[in-house]
Design a protein around this ligand. Structure first.
Ligand code: ZN
Length: 199
């Protein structure tokens, strides 16, 4: 296994729709293993191939706790076939180090994907980190980023400006935020420390 180099916003590969995987050979297995190693080293719970510069519909997730055995899942060509409800929570992304804000996701999804052997698998995820991570990573495969799904777009902008991803005026944004009533929006450092980086 080898650790891969992460791509950070606004690299072009993060904004493209990734291509379907049609052959299930050793190169796909190697990519998935390298992605898992990269994800573990970066302390993420998920990683999509475009985040390591590969525009293919492959993503990996492991939501096991720090003291638990690893439970890696490799999703190839994943598709959400059922979705319902609403799940709001803090989210981070390995392509945006140190940026966290609240994102709205579906609360229950059914996802269909292929495993490394090309076999069809169906999975239900509800109300948890796995449910959130699957949606975050599938978005990466479609070239969509969490910055466009913030509960409070002003808070997201503020986080992006503070961490140098976009240009802007922190003070002006803070004033705008206070006026907007996009509430509770300042994220405390201790919340950030507790929030898993979805990937
Ligand atoms: Zn991400």
């Amino acid at each position: 296994m080898a650790k891969l180099r992460l791509k950070y916003y606004p690299e072009q590969v993060l904004l493209q729709k990734a291509k379907k995987v049609t052959t299930f050979d050793s190169s796909v297995r190697k990519l998935a293993n390298d992605m898992l190693e990269t994800m573990y080293e970066e302390n993420g719970v998920g990683l999509a191939a475009p985040q390591v510069g590969v525009s293919k519909r492959i993503m990996v997730i492991d939501v096991s706790g720090e003291d638990e055995a690893n439970e890696p899942i490799v999703f190839i060509n994943p598709q959400i076939i059922e979705k319902e409800g609403s799940l709001v929570g803090l989210e981070g992304c390995l392509s945006f180090p140190n940026v966290f804000f609240e994102v709205r996701r579906f609360n229950r999804i059914v996802v269909k994907y292929q495993n490394l052997s090309g076999k069809d698998v169906k999975m239900v995820a509800e109300g948890d980190l796995l449910c959130r991570a699957i949606q975050h990573e599938i978005d990466h495969l479609d070239g969509e980023l969490f910055i466009n799904k913030a509960v409070s777009p002003i808070t997201a902008d503020l986080e992006l400006v503070k961490n140098g991803f976009i240009a802007g005026d922190v003070e002006a944004l803070e004033q705008e935020l206070a006026k907007s009533g996009q509430g509770g929006a300042t994220i405390k450092i201790q919340d950030k420390d507790k929030t898993p980086v979805v990937g």
